[in-house]
Design a protein around this ligand. Sequence first.
Ligand code: NAD
Length: 356
Amino acid sequence: MKKQILTTSDGASYPILTGSGLLDTCGAEIAALTKPCRVMIVSDTNVAPLYLDRVKKSLADAGFIVNTHVVSAGEESKSIAVFGALLESFAEAHLTRTDLAIALGGGVIGDLTGFAAGCYLRGIRFVQMPTTLLSAVDASVGGKTAINLQHGKNLAGVFHQPLAVFCDVDSLHTLTPHEMADGAAEAIKTGILGDPELFAIYESGNPIANLEEVISHAVAYKSKIVTEDPQEHGVRKLLNLGHTAAHAIERLSDFKISHGHAVAIGTAIVTRAAVKHGMLDSNESARILDTIKRNNLPVHCPYSAKDMAKIAALDKKAAASDITVILPEKIGRCRMEKMPISNVESLFSDGLEGQE
Ligand code: NAD
């Protein structure tokens, strides 16, 4: 079992536990952090049949009054309608300011539950229990929560740090290879940003056999960044490597291309563009592209630079007429580049040039 602590500059501090068996011991772990109270476990239709009963039992045994709310699996659940129904469910269960929501699932459940917890009664506490690799290495840590609007992804949300994060690595074994690859995309991203050792696990090691190590590397990097910049005013923007294109790709595919696969394509785009702009060595670029492919992820983008740029202009990260794009300089170091939104199409064009 690995225990890491995230402390943010605005005062939040919480434990992130990664290891075997946490689904069964979470009740006792949470009881060590808060007095017994009402809890609402939020999960989805894929995860609930696999793991909900064990979490319910563990919490009930530890003295919590347990309620559950299960939503349809998939990105569509990050919607105003599902969010509204979840808030009503909190009220129906009489949750008060001292009660707790628990997100048992992937990034969709974490984002939805975190946002509802952040809004209900102007904010109640919540616990993240990530059951996808993507959520364990990225989404569950750092307090970003959101749902999607018709106009774009993650356009409504709050920063709301969890009380704790518990990742039972055993729960990751029921993920499909496609979902494992989704998580690999965010872990490889982290490696490129600032952890060459993590990148090496995906370049030449055996990540599936070393999930605890992968997760603790990714959590350590993300914690470092979030500690410094919890509200994404500066350095936290680095975590958006590949994401400007990725969000456009997800929307253009009508969410048929998953977040992790879109991040892989987006990372490939900025990698090629960085070479074209003389910032990245072609040898490092080849290593990045090969590592993405080696982990069953795509590097080819099926959309035009023009279509992606149109969507990027609506992206919430476009502050006024400028956008911050992250470009790799070497494996383990990236730079933030603020540019007029009108330049993004040309950047994407550079990143699509010569793609396989
Ligand atoms: P997801 O939550 O949709 O999970 C992917 C699929 O796996 C779903 O069908 C789910 O039901 C299923 N699943 C989950 N756990 C399972 C398990 N243990 N066994 C079997 N099936 C399981 O998607 P995701 O890839 O985890 O997360 C993507 C979402 O996370 C996107 O909405 C993205 O915007 C968000 N995200 C948020 C942050 C953040 O910082 N808040 C960071 C990255 C991504």
